[in-house]
Design a protein around this ligand. Structure first.
Ligand SMILES: Cc1cc2nc3c(=O)[nH]c(=O)nc-3n(C[C@H](O)[C@H](O)[C@H](O)COP(=O)(O)OP(=O)(O)OC[C@H]3O[C@@H](n4cnc5c(N)ncnc54)[C@H](O)[C@@H]3O)c2cc1C
Length: 454
């Protein structure tokens, strides 16, 4: 049989990788060429944290492949056909990419391969259930999470597959070098690669799952899985997680399964409405008046730097800069602050998150922002404005999270930690609030009323 090519993209793992098994089976004992193409387009727009993770993950994958991962820099529609011809392969195997950029890229590659008589085979996807598959009985897509999640659970998913064995990997002759891991002073990122992902999953199942339902909203506790970055790069497949969850009973496992479903839901929304990555789904709410100009820019900068004077907001924004990750509850609080206290467009905040998040993902991030802004699916009503003081008191009641990330407040104790302006003396070096939350809340409601009847 002729050789085959396996093109790794967002599936940087060997276990539970059906597309990789398909490539191995297609070669039937002949050679399999493993390749990753550093496509300049997504590579340019990835923040430094994601570039760092990707490069480290590729190095781990190369080790797992015994040094046989070939790297190519360039456009996939040039590199993949060239490689297939060089290696005498007549099939190229991938996991399907359902994102707008990836799907269009794959069509270009498929067309270019066809001119050489080579076929592109898509097997599986980065999701338990491929985007577009779950539909209402009338065939239209779900627009609301809860019925989608019910149908998703009823649909079910395949069991994980084993890793391929005795593969005749073709070597990396002609490989380009991996780029250097970017230097990000002061930024601490998680370990990358499949082993790190599986170790994280095991640790979470052993120590975190049981209390997940009650702990997941507490940014001061290490109560969530931290698997988002591993899912983003496919170092772990959600199906592997779901199979493990099936061995556990209880609220923790149910809640966690539901969270995995949010990722699947947003991918499904983007599949049907690709423009919704940057456009508000609800145009009416999306047309609400937002601020611009110098004062707005200064507020944005204060928000991004974690210097708004609202401790829970500042803690979140500093956590983001320090470790490329932010707790989900605090993502909601900081996003709400940008949109509803500073009256800035959600897209501006979403872009900032994508510049820094190591798990930055267009579907989950931009729809997370739309959810908060009230412009997306399951829109929290626009009038629901998160109060950063009450959110801080409720979800960081002892203040451990704020003190961890805002050293200027390290010596403040008690409820005043979340409203330091009530202290006799403003803590040294910590800013006064840049806006008055109560006044901005009213302003948000006023602006909402102005578009309500539009
Ligand atoms: C404004 C905003 C921006 C966000 N940006 C991203 C992003 O760029 N990338 C990203 O993966 N998630 C994003 N999320 C969702 C969520 O915050 C993260 O998935 C979660 O914090 C990751 O930490 P974890 O793995 O410990 O989560 P866990 O609580 O352990 O959840 C397990 C997994 O479920 C999925 N998940 C959980 N909550 C959500 C959710 N609300 N939406 C989609 N998937 C979810 C993730 O894959 C996560 O890894 C965003 C949420 C908001 C409100």
């Amino acid at each position: 049989m002729p050789n085959s090519v396996f093109w790794f993209r967002r599936d940087l793992r060997l276990t539970d990788n059906p597309a990789l098994l398909a490539a191995v089976n297609a070669a039937g004992g002949d050679g399999v060429q493993a390749v990753f193409v550093l496509d300049p387009v997504p590579f340019r727009v990835s923040g430094g944290t994601r570039t760092s993770h990707l490069v480290r993950s590729l190095a781990a994958l190369d080790r797992a492949l015994g040094g046989n991962l070939l790297i190519r820099h360039g456009k996939p529609e040039d590199e993949i056909p060239r490689l297939a011809v060089e290696r005498g392969a007549d099939e190229v195997h991938v996991a399907a990419d359902y994102g707008p950029y990836g799907a269009a890229r794959d069509q270009r590659v498929e067309k270019a391969l066809a001119t050489h008589g080579v076929t592109l085979h898509r097997t599986g996807s980065p999701y338990a259930v491929a985007p577009g598959r779950i539909r209402k009985p009338d065939g239209t897509p779900y627009r609301v999470f809860t019925p989608f999640s019910r149908a998703w659970r009823e649909h079910g998913w395949r069991a994980p597959v084993a890793s391929p064995s005795n593969v005749n990997w073709l070597g990396p002759a002609g490989s380009d070098d991996l780029p250097d891991v970017p230097d990000l002073p002061g930024v601490e990122l998680p370990d990358a690669g499949e082993d790190a992902a599986l170790a994280r999953l095991t640790a979470f199942l052993d120590d975190g799952l049981r209390d997940y339902a009650t702990q997941r909203n507490r940014p001061d506790h290490d109560g969530t899985s931290r698997l988002s970055v591993h899912l983003k790069y496919g170092e772990l497949h959600p199906r592997t997680i779901l199979a493990e969850l099936a061995k556990h009973r209880g609220e923790g496992a149910d809640t966690f399964r539901n969270e995995i479903c949010w990722r699947e839901f947003y991918a499904d929304v983007v599949f049907h409405r690709p423009e919704s990555i940057w456009e508000s789904l609800d145009h009416r709410v999306g047309s609400i008046h937002t601020d611009s100009g110098k004062a707005a820019d200064e507020r944005f900068e204060a928000w991004a730097a974690g210097r708004t004077g609202y401790p829970i907001v500042d803690a979140g924004m500093r956590q983001l800069r320090s470790i490329g990750w932010m707790h989900n509850r605090v993502r909601m609080i900081t996003a709400s602050f940008l949109v509803k206290d500073l009256h800035l467009p959600w897209q501006r905040g979403a872009q900032h998150f994508l510049d820094h998040l190591v798990d930055g993902d267009y579907a989950s991030n931009n729809h997370g922002w739309q959810w908060v802004a009230g412009t997306g699916t399951d829109a929290a009503p626009y009038i629901r404005v998160f109060n950063p003081v009450t959110q801080g008191k409720k979800f960081d009641p002892e203040g451990g999270y704020v003190r961890r990330w805002v050293p200027e407040l390290a010596d403040v104790t008690g409820a005043a930690l979340h409203e330091p302006w009530t202290l006799q003396e403003q803590p040294d070096g910590y800013p006064e609030p840049i806006v008055d939350h109560a006044a901005e809340r009213k302003e948000t409601l006023r602006r909402f009323e102005a578009v309500r009847g539009a």
